[in-house]
Structure formats: structure tokens, C-alpha cells
Design a protein. Structure first.
Length: 125
């Protein structure tokens, strides 16, 4: 998988999202320079996050943000409830929820997931 990530890195950033047995494996690599560019876009310091979006889209359930503390790494994420397809990006998130993607990948099929429970919130912080 690391080889695929390296091959995908045509510039400063790369992101690889693929289904695994226990969720979605996300690998990313970005540069400090790309973080600074994203901060200029959002006009704030912001925080580095991995953003996972599920489709079909439901505004209350389909977006999950997970804070990141490093410019490269990997983690496994649970797909958003009800998602048939998911896409991921790593970027900067401002306090007012503005998001500037630094690296993103194509959508991947995740299959049918269980229905969300009433009142559940998918946003991770």
C-alpha cells in the first residue's frame, strides 16, 4: 500500500483510501508548505483533519472529521452510516467549519451500511 501512495504522489501531496475488513484504510502524506497554503485559503490557523464523506449524502450524518497530528500517516476509519460510496480528503478546518482540502482521493465503494440511529451525530472532533 505504501508503494501505491508513493506512486500517487505526483506533487507535494498524496492520499490513498481503500476498503479493508474493519473499515476504510486512509494513508496520506502532505508537506508543511501545503498546510500553509491551505491556511491562506481558510484565512485562519485552523487544524489539520482527515475528512471522510459518505454518499448518498446526508448533511447530518455523512461528514466525519478526525484531527491529525502529523503530515503523514495511516489510520482506519469507519464508513459513514448508510454510505454506499465514500471519499476522503486531508486538509485544514477553520473554527467556522470552512475546509480547504490539501490532498484528496477518488471515491471508493463501501457497500451497504446499517441505518443511523435517531439523534446520532457523525462529526468526530
Amino acid at each position: 500500500m505504501a508503494e501505491l501512495l508513493t506512486q500517487a504522489a505526483g506533487g507535494d501531496e498524496a492520499l490513498l483510501l481503500e476498503p479493508v475488513a474493519d473499515g476504510l484504510s486512509l494513508q496520506w502524506t502532505i508537506t508543511a508548505r501545503s498546510v500553509e497554503r491551505a491556511r491562506l485559503v481558510i484565512g485562519a490557523e485552523g487544524r489539520l483533519v482527515a475528512r471522510l464523506v459518505g454518499f448518498p449524502f446526508d448533511p447530518g450524518l455523512s461528514i466525519r472529521d478526525r484531527p491529525l497530528d502529523q503530515l503523514s500517516g495511516s489510520l482506519v476509519l469507519a464508513p459513514p452510516s448508510g454510505a454506499l460510496v465514500a471519499s476522503a480528503a486531508v486538509g485544514m478546518l477553520a473554527e467556522d467549519e470552512r475546509f480547504a482540502a490539501i490532498a484528496h482521493g477518488p471515491p471508493v465503494a463501501v457497500g451497504h451500511q446499517s441505518s443511523p440511529s435517531p439523534g446520532s451525530h457523525a462529526k468526530e472532533s
